[in-house]
Design a binder for this molecule. Structure first.
Ligand code: ADP
Length: 221
């Protein structure tokens, strides 16, 4: 199963991807996580990328495509994946077509209110990338509940940088929804309810879609 998650910053893509890959035995490929790892390790790529992420800009296509290709060539990507944070513009979408086929694109729709509320409270583990929220997914003593790593607030989540990321999302990434809609692979998901809300579980909506894809793949085999 080959799935893409798209949506604005803090739309829930990463949180849901991390939960779903476990249940469906898929690999989570997050270009944001890949970049943050390079930055933490202070590699040449990381140093170059930081100049862009710190300003809320997209990392140049050549850099991100290279990172993605390398990650996709690893053994664990062959069993199927959720691609989170890629593509983010039309150039990347076209490039992806030369790398792999895709079953579905899930578009996590959120209002501006939701985005602001989530971003200001979002925290992330420096070691494993697990996502927390001061209210919805709290964490004690800044210690990751999954791996024990340090939990921190991303540098690109300061208000000025967030504003820039949102503006880039509107101009560069949002047109992708129409592109995938026309291809007949887009599914829109209302992602305004928080992960802690028991009434409407986005995970259940995703599971239904995933199960349908799995059934189709099994029939085609
Ligand atoms: P979010 O989805 O919350 O905006 P991500 O963790 O996916 O955050 O990405 C963080 C930053 O990494 C982006 O603001 C951007 O600078 C960079 N980045 C991630 N994916 C891509 C991509 N596909 N193309 C260009 N830059 C990217």
């Amino acid at each position: 199963m080959k799935i893409i998650f798209i949506g604005a910053p803090a739309s829930g893509k990463g949180t849901y991807a991390k939960r779903l890959v476990k249940e469906y035995d898929l690999t989570h490929i997050s270009t944001g996580d890949l970049i943050r790892k390079e930055i933490e390790a202070e590699t040449q790529t990381g140093k170059q990328a930081k100049e862009y992420t710190s300003k809320g800009q997209l990392v140049p296509n050549e850099i991100i495509i290279e990172l993605l290709k390398e990650r996709m060539s690893k053994e664990d990507a062959k069993k199927g994946f959720i691609l989170d944070g890629f593509p983010r513009n039309m150039k990347q979408a076209k490039e992806l077509e030369s790398i792999t086929e895709i079953d579905k694109v899930l578009n996590f729709e959120v209002t501006m209110d939701t985005i602001i509320r989530r971003i200001t409270g979002r925290r992330i583990c420096r070691s494993c990338g697990e996502i927390f929220h001061v209210k919805n997914i709290p964490v004690k003593d800044n210690k990751c509940t999954k791996c024990g790593g340090e939990v921190y607030q991303r540098e690109d989540e300061k208000p000025e940088v967030v504003k820039q990321r949102l503006s880039i999302y509107e101009t560069e990434s949002k047109p992708l929804t129409q592109y995938y809609e026309e291809k007949g692979v887009l599914v829109n998901i209302d992602s305004n309810k928080d992960v802690s809300n028991p009434e409407f579980d986005v995970i259940d909506v995703c599971k239904e879609i995933f199960n349908r894809i799995n059934n189709r793949i099994n029939i085609e085999r």
